[in-house]
Ligand binder design. Sequence first.
Ligand code: FMN
Length: 310
Amino acid sequence: MAGPDPILRTSIAGVELSTPIVAAAGTCGYLDELGDAFDLGWLGAVTTKSITVEPRAGNDPWRIIDVPGGMMNAIGLANVGLGAFLRDKLPHAAGLPCRAFGSVAGHSVDEYVRMASAFDAGTPFPVIELNVSCPNTATGLQFGDDPAALRALMAEVRPAVRRAKLFVKVSPNADVVRLSSAAVEGGADGLTLVNTFTAMSIDVATRRPRLSRGRGGLSGPGIHPIAVRMVHDTFRAVAKPAGVPIIGLGGTLRWQDAAEFILAGASAVGVGTALFVDPRTPVALAKGLARWVRGQGARGVGDLVGAVEG
Ligand SMILES: Cc1cc2nc3c(=O)[nH]c(=O)nc-3n(C[C@H](O)[C@H](O)[C@H](O)COP(=O)(O)O)c2cc1C
């Protein structure tokens, strides 16, 4: 087959995708880098790594390590900054055979507003994802760990995004349902669930943390069943009643993992850590999902969203 089965065509928040598979923020470069490994037409979308107003060098090494069941990272939002992104990276979006979603981050409400409005006005991205797993320099708390802080952030960012659909990438390190509810009340068009789980790994010989920052975010297969439960809970309590789509992610390696997210309530499925294991994973996911959708007698992925029994 030359490309993905048309049965995989779907849409989230009115944005049409040729497959429900989305390359996750921070795991596929800025835009087109994975195109060296496979035809990006197998993806519904690639998500940029999170971009900040100013360039950031990120944390010292080690900032990525492997652990049983996945990997941990403390990249520290290394990125070229908004100006260089728009000048040097954005032109690559024009040649992509899939959608490009923009991910934005910041350390103050003002930074988020500047980033989101710059992406809304100056890029073709149909979706802007707010990575709220950043410490607020004013309070030291992460925007995404506190529903009140998230509500205050949305009150400023929502009016600044007029064209694109605004998604909130929810942290799993606090009450996901309450955070998702705050995001939707604040006007989010969609939810991306979940970001990495705060974790720690220690080198027992040196007795020092293995990551330079001491702690980092756990991703990969070890988090998958927890992420499925979080998508399920959020779909039932928040997303379904509000009619808001979820991009479900966390540890998807096999098509069955992606299918689980769909049955739990995700309209699209993100893939991150698997791209480090085999960058061609999205091709296998798309082929397996298409067979599954047909085998279930469904007309498309949409028929199976939230269709878990019991
Ligand atoms: C190396 C690495 C870098 C990441 N960078 C970002 C980022 O810039 N912005 C973001 O929202 N999430 C970032 N994430 C989180 C992923 O997008 C994803 O939510 C998480 O890894 C769970 O999915 P997975 O288990 O499929 O990797 C990063 C994850 C990894 C492993």
